[in-house]
Unconditional design. Structure first.
Length: 345
């Protein structure tokens, strides 16, 4: 087969959730948006629910449907985008809890689904989703009379522990919510790692579950192995790939492997010093990453294996992302549909 292999370790996913949960003094939920950061939200949700997770977060109601069908009734599923026009039937039928983020959404929810569970998002400075202080002050009495199940906000700079924005947002969140007898949530993975003063009643880690920064203790969840299609010899001075970006400085052997930016291995990786691995032996990627193919310098290998590893236990999604000038989130969620997926655990 010329299909790259994506291996997903569900036991590592569960271990990461348990490790993060052990750092909290509150409930630990799980964020499984973007199809479980690309690994399959249904499989991730079932594994985490079996491990003890009782609340999950998704980006949109449609994601909640797929998750509910996978994990069944019981665990809570909250929707970050709130109650959008057209969501009413989905929220009701699949027992989804919208995190309402505006006056319009409050009115829509109260009129369309009176008595249906909901949460409220507050903006503490990120200026993305959520009601600002003035808007919240105007509607708080009415909103609280309908008994929300959660008040939440989101940290903008939690992956930088010393950033002053963290303390500022914590202060604002206290100002907006202190004295209200409703469960509160401020921390995702980064906020959870900032310490217990950021934990409140519920933490909702996402990227840390899947082996990404800033959770440096995380076990890798995803590995990628690329099949070698062809090996060729090039002489000193010959070029490889589009635009002649790499020139052989010695007689070289070049392996062409089956994957490219159509598989989420983005083009910028080609200039970032990323390597492919034959076991533990690194081999530099040379030339441009193209749509379906990547070229690797395997000159120093005695034997070229049938596959070369790209995402490994040592070259993680964050290593690849840094070399490509992006973040692990983008690498994980971009991994395409052509992979032959294998699940462990």
């Amino acid at each position: 087969m010329s299909t790259a292999k994506l291996t997903i370790d569900l036991d590592a996913l569960v271990t990461n959730w348990r490790s993060l949960d052990a750092k909290t003094n509150c409930e630990t939920a799980a964020v499984v948006k973007a199809n479980g950061y690309g690994i399959d939200a249904g499989r991730a949700g079932k594994a985490l629910a079996a491990a003890g997770a009782r609340n999950f977060f998704v980006a949109a109601a449609e994601e909640g449907i797929a998750l509910r069908r996978a994990i069944g009734e019981g665990p809570g599923i909250s929707v970050f985008s709130g109650h959008m026009a057209g969501d009413t039937k989905l929220l009701k039928e699949f027992q989804l809890t919208p995190m309402l983020n505006s006056l319009d959404q409050l009115l829509r929810h109260f009129e369309a689904l009176p008595g249906h569970p909901f949460g409220i998002q507050l903006d503490t400075g990120m200026n993305r989703l959520g009601m600002e202080a003035g808007e919240w002050a105007a509607v708080a009495e009415i909103a609280l009379s309908q008994r929300p199940v959660l008040l939440m906000s989101h940290l903008a700079c939690a992956d930088e522990p010393d950033h002053p924005m963290n303390a500022q947002q914590l202060k604002v969140f206290h100002e907006l919510t202190d004295g209200i007898e409703v469960p509160r949530s401020l921390a995702a993975t980064g906020g959870l790692l900032l310490g217990q003063k950021y934990h409140f009643d519920l933490c909702r880690p996402g990227i840390g579950l899947y082996g990404g920064a800033p959770f440096t203790e995380a076990m890798p969840v995803v590995t990628v192995d690329l099949p070698v299609i062809q090996v060729r010899d090039v002489v000193e001075g010959e070029t490889v790939g589009y635009s002649n970006t790499w020139t052989a400085k010695r007689p070289s052997r070049i392996a062409t492997v089956a994957a490219g930016y159509a598989d989420g291995l983005i083009r910028a990786m080609g200039s970032g010093g990323i390597q492919a691995f034959a076991g533990q032996t690194p081999c530099p990627i040379v030339g441009r990453v193209s749509m379906d193919l990547i070229t690797v310098d395997v000159t120093d290998l005695e034997v070229v294996p049938d596959t070369l590893g790209l995402l490994t236990e040592t070259q993680t999604v964050d290593v690849v992302a840094e070399a490509a000038g992006t973040i692990g989130y983008e690498i994980l969620t971009s991994l395409g549909q052509r992979y032959a997926r294998t699940y462990k655990g």
